[in-house]
Write a protein that binds this ligand. Structure first.
Ligand SMILES: Cc1cc2nc3c(=O)[nH]c(=O)nc-3n(C[C@H](O)[C@H](O)[C@H](O)COP(=O)(O)OP(=O)(O)OC[C@H]3O[C@@H](n4cnc5c(N)ncnc54)[C@H](O)[C@@H]3O)c2cc1C
Length: 431
C-alpha cells in the first residue's frame, strides 16, 4: 500500500502528473517545449495579426517557421521510425507541446507532411522520389461534402436518401485518372502546398454512388503544378490564423494511374486510418492549448491584486484554477490512453481517437473560457494572450470532423463493439 515518510510539495513536471516518462520521452518533450516557447510563440504573435494573404507572402515569418520545424527533427518520417511502442507515448507528447506553442502552426507543420507520409507508407520508390520532398495538404472535404465524408459507412444516412457525390470527382480508367471539381474552402496548407493527398468520390465506370447510398472513393497523390490546377483566395478564420487555409480547383486534370494510392476496395480503410490519426492529433494539440490557458491564468492570478491580495489568495479563484488543472489532466490522460489503444494490436480505431478528441476539446474550451474570465476585462483584450487561445480552439472543434458528427460516429462504433458482458465483439455484428 501507499506509505509516506515525509510530506512534500508534489513534483509536477512540464506535463503535470507525468511521473513515468523515459529519458527519451523527456528529451522529446523538452526539445519541443523549447521550440514552442522560442520559435512558435514569437512567430504566432506576428502571424495572428496578419491577413490570410499576408500570411503566405514571401516576406511572412511563416516560411522561416516551416524551415525551423524541418530542423527540429520530429517530422512524421522521422517519428515513424521509432516503432509503435515508443511512438504511442511520444506522439501525444510531441503534439501536445506543439499545441502549447500554437495550434495553427502545429497543424501547418504536420499537415504539410501528410502527402509525404502517405507516399512513404505506400513504398513506391518512384512516388517517394517525386513527392517525398514536397510540401503537401490533405483534401477530403468539399463544398457539398463535410460531415458526410466522415460517415463512410452511412450510419447517419436518412432512409431512402443518398450522400452528395461531391464537387470534386475522380474518373478512374485503366489508362488515366481525370480529376474535376473543387475542394472545400477549408483545406489546411492549400495556399502553400506543392502537392495534395486527396480522398475523393470516384467513378470507376459505374458511377460514383454505391447501391447503399454512400459513394465510392479514390485516394490520390497529385502535384499541384499541373495544367488545370488553380487555388482560391486564402480563407480568413477567427482562430488558428497562423494556419494558411483555402481551396483548390481541378479543371479536368489528367493524371497517370500511378498516382492512385488506393482504389475502390481500399478507400475506406485509408480514410479511416488517416482520420484516426488526424483526430487523435487534434485532441493532443487541444490539450496543449488547454495547458497554455491554464498556465496563463495561473501566472495572472499570482500577479493581479484585488481585495488587497493577489487573485490566487481568493478561495474561489483557487478552486477555479484547480478545476482547470483537473480538466487538463483528464484530457492528457485520455489522449495517452487513446494513443496506447491505437498503437496496440487491437487498434487503431476511430472510436479511441474520437473519445480522446471530444474530451480534449470540451476541456480546452472550458479552460480557455475560464482563463479569459480570470483575466477579467483584460481577458478579451487583444494585447493579452488568452483570447487567442479561445479563438484557436474553435477551429479544433471542427477540423478533422465537427465534434457532434464525430461523437455520432463513435456512438455507432461503440454500439457495434461493446457487449454488456464486458467482452467487446469487435465484429460489427450488432448495432
Ligand atoms: C481549421 C480547420 C481546418 C480544416 N482542415 C481541413 C483539411 O486539411 N482538409 C479537409 O479536407 N478539410 C479540412 N477542414 C474541413 C473540416 O473537416 C470540415 O469543416 C468538417 O468535417 C465539417 O464539415 P462542414 O464544415 O461541411 O460541416 P457540415 O457537415 O455541413 O455540418 C454542419 C453541422 O451539422 C451537423 N451535422 C452534419 N451532418 C449531420 C448528421 N448526419 N447528423 C447530425 N448532425 C449533423 C454537424 O455536426 C455540424 O454541427 C478543416 C476545417 C477547419 C475549421
Amino acid at each position: 500500500m501507499l506509505s509516506v515518510n515525509e510530506v512534500k510539495n508534489p513534483y509536477l513536471g512540464v506535463s503535470g502528473l507525468d511521473s513515468d516518462l523515459s529519458a527519451e520521452e523527456r528529451e522529446f518533450q523538452a526539445r519541443v517545449r523549447r521550440f514552442a516557447l522560442d520559435v512558435m510563440r514569437p512567430t504566432s504573435a506576428q502571424l495572428d495579426k496578419m491577413t490570410a494573404q499576408e500570411l503566405i507572402d514571401p516576406s511572412s515569418p511563416l516560411w522561416k517557421y516551416l524551415q525551423s520545424f524541418e530542423e527540429l527533427g520530429i517530422a512524421p518520417s522521422v517519428l515513424i521510425q521509432l516503432g509503435p511502442e515508443r511512438l504511442k507515448r511520444i506522439l501525444p507528447i510531441v503534439f501536445e507541446e506543439l499545441g502549447y506553442g500554437d495550434a495553427g502552426l502545429a497543424v501547418a507543420a504536420f499537415i504539410s507532411k501528410r502527402a509525404e507520409f502517405a507516399v512513404r507508407a505506400n513504398g513506391d520508390p518512384e512516388l517517394i522520389k517525386e513527392f517525398g520532398h514536397l510540401r503537401g495538404c490533405w483534401i477530403a472535404t468539399y463544398p457539398d461534402r463535410g460531415s458526410d465524408v466522415i460517415d463512410y459507412s452511412g450510419f447517419e444516412l436518412a432512409a431512402g436518401s443518398t450522400q452528395s457525390v461531391a464537387t470534386l470527382q475522380a474518373k478512374v480508367s485503366s489508362s488515366e485518372i481525370v480529376l474535376t471539381g473543387r475542394s472545400s474552402e477549408w483545406i489546411a496548407c492549400a495556399p502553400i502546398a506543392e502537392c495534395a493527398l486527396i480522398h475523393c468520390p470516384a467513378d470507376y465506370g459505374d458511377g460514383p454512388l454505391r447501391p447503399d447510398g454512400g459513394v465510392f472513393g479514390a485516394v490520390l497523390v497529385v502535384p499541384l503544378d499541373l495544367p488545370g490546377v488553380s487555388r482560391g483566395t486564402p480563407s480568413e478564420m477567427i482562430g488558428q490564423r497562423c494556419l494558411p487555409i483555402g481551396s483548390i480547383k481541378f479543371d479536368d486534370v489528367r493524371l497517370p494511374t500511378k498516382y492512385l494510392l488506393h482504389g475502390k476496395e481500399e478507400y475506406h480503410a485509408s480514410m479511416f486510418g488517416v482520420l484516426t490519426a488526424a483526430v487523435m492529433s487534434i485532441g493532443a494539440i487541444a490539450t496543449g492549448v488547454a495547458t497554455a490557458a491554464f498556465e496563463r491564468a495561473l501566472e495572472y492570478s499570482r500577479e493581479r491584486r484585488q481585495g488587497g491580495v493577489p487573485l490566487v489568495r481568493h478561495q474561489l479563484v483557487r478552486w477555479r484554477l484547480y478545476e482547470m488543472w483537473r480538466k487538463v489532466e483528464v484530457s492528457r490522460a485520455m489522449l495517452r490512453r487513446a494513443a496506447a489503444f491505437n498503437f496496440s494490436a487491437e487498434g487503431p480505431h476511430l472510436l479511441a481517437s474520437i473519445t480522446a478528441k471530444t474530451t480534449a476539446i470540451e476541456a480546452a474550451t472550458d479552460v480557455a473560457l475560464e482563463a479569459i474570465r480570470i483575466f477579467g476585462a483584460n481577458g478579451v483584450g487583444r494585447q493579452y494572450p488568452v483570447e487567442k487561445l479561445l479563438r484557436d480552439i474553435q477551429g479544433c472543434t471542427i477540423q478533422s470532423g465537427e465534434d457532434h458528427t464525430l461523437g455520432l460516429q463513435a456512438a455507432n462504433w461503440l454500439l457495434r463493439g461493446y457487449q454488456p458482458s464486458g467482452h467487446g465483439s469487435g465484429d460489427g455484428a450488432r448495432a
